[in-house]
Design a protein around this ligand. Structure first.
Ligand SMILES: *Cc1c(COP(=O)(O)O)cnc(C)c1O
Length: 412
């Protein structure tokens, strides 16, 4: 990789389309159809058995979605890519593939709100235990892993705590114990962050964020690097004995993805494919804006601790630089005097939008404690530990001086 990353618009990508369009369309057309028809019963049989690579039904596969997956695969270097309906569908289906009643997931309580809820409430009722620990403390992680651990899971920069675990160290303890490392890398796209260099086996991305090209659609991706030996997994062992490192892919494609049905729609795949072409450019630009705003916020007396890994004063500056090459995403948090000051700030912004979501082209502000974590009881709020005087800002592509002026006027 050069310091400019791998551009999503290169020859390898053009060539990665599985088939040339019949009309030579330069963009992959949107194949809006539920089913595909065949000339003969024999051809149909072969399609259903996966012998001729033909599509049968859009819940199983679709040419537009497949083209998007192929492009992501070419840019990321993953061995297999699965595009699904949302980031949450990606996380749910990864665990539907590897977890089982009696298994456990070792992770941090500092997670995206819905991921926390999925682990803590939804999976619990299926008999999957979540073991929250401090992923920054490798010894603690080691103690939590046992023979029923199906994965160590982490967000590469936790949202909204902005912590960065040492991925190579996590991978080392996980692998020593025969467990895969699964990472949600939504915050730094794979054009910059090279997951397999740090031992990540499965990467999960909410395509809704940077890749969609500006909040155009909801989507999710699962990137399988096929680095893990699944014969060590109680659930996938017998499949892995037959299919080797492709066991996860085979389980997902042949069963979980199809049965859960949370497929990416062809319309979404078209939008995300387009977003993918500019993701690297947009990402670097919003990161520059974000760093400049973080430095600016630090100079303002009314602003208490600013959290952004790109700040040299940040406790995760070095590890973040090592893992994300100086581009630690375009989300920062900062604290004001109290909750009332946060609400007043939100009510006064003029350019920054009052909205959830991350990595739109527009800057977005939210008060996480009252919104994303708002329905949690005080007991759970304590576990997730999101202070009520904290704001989260997702930085967009606006002129950075306009954003600074907006922040100043909203504070005063
Ligand atoms: C948004 C987000 C998700 C969920 O993605 P959706 O596409 O909204 O389902 C998961 N993880 C992180 C880190 C996110 O920011």
């Amino acid at each position: 990789m050069t310091d400019k990353g791998i551009s999503p618009i290169t020859d390898i990508l053009a060539k990665s389309f599985p088939q040339k369009d019949v009309h030579g369309a330069i963009s992959m057309p949107v194949y809006i159809t539920a089913a595909f028809e065949f000339e003969t019963a024999e051809e149909m049989e072969d399609a259903f058995l996966g012998k001729n690579g033909k599509h049968t039904y859009t819940r199983i596969s679709n040419p537009t979605v497949e083209a998007f997956e192929a492009r992501v695969q070419a840019v990321s270097g993953a061995k297999h890519v699965m595009a699904v309906a949302s980031g949450m569908a990606a996380i749910s289906e990864v665990f539907a593939t590897i977890a089982y009643a009696g298994s456990n997931i070792v992770t941090s309580p500092h997670l995206f709100g819905n991921t926390f809820s999925l682990f803590f409430f939804t999976l619990k009722e299926f008999g999957v235990e979540v073991r929250f620990c401090n992923l920054l403390d490798i010894n603690e992680v080691k103690k939590q892993i046992d023979e029923n651990t199906c994965a160590v899971f982490t967000e590469i920069i936790t949202n909204p705590h902005m912590e960065v675990a040492d991925l190579a160290a996590l991978a080392e303890v996980a692998h020593q114990k025969g467990v895969p490392l699964i990472a949600d890398s939504t915050i730094v796209p794979w054009t910059t962050f090279k997951a397999p260099d740090f031992g990540v086996d499965i990467e999960i991305v909410s395509g809704t964020k940077y890749i969609s090209g500006g909040a155009t659609s909801i989507g999710g991706l699962i990137l399988d690097y096929q680095t893990f030996d699944w014969t060590q997994s109680k659930k996938l062992k017998s499949l892995a004995e037959k299919t080797g490192k492709r066991a996860f892919q085979v389980k997902f494609r042949g069963e979980i993805g199809r049965n859960m049905g949370a497929i990416m729609s062809p319309q979404t795949a078209f939008l995300q494919n387009l977003g993918l072409e500019t993701v690297d450019l947009r990402f670097r630009e919003v990161c520059r804006n974000c760093l400049e705003l973080a430095l600016f916020l630090q100079t303002l007396p009314k602003v208490k601790n600013v959290n952004y890994n790109g700040l040299p004063s940040d406790p995760f500056y070095e590890i973040s630089k090592k893992q994300f090459g100086g581009y630690p995403g375009a989300m920062l948090t900062f604290c004001l005097e109290d909750r009332a000051a946060c609400f007043a700030f939100i009510n006064r912004v003029k350019i920054i939008r009052r909205a959830t979501n991350l990595f739109d082209n527009k800057s977005l502000i939210i008060h996480p404690e009252s919104t994303i974590y708002g329905t949690l009881t005080p007991e759970y709020k304590k576990i997730v530990d999101v202070p009520d005087n904290m704001l989260r800002l997702s930085v967009g592509l606006e002129n950075v001086d306009d954003l600074k002026a907006d922040i100043l006027q909203a504070l005063n």
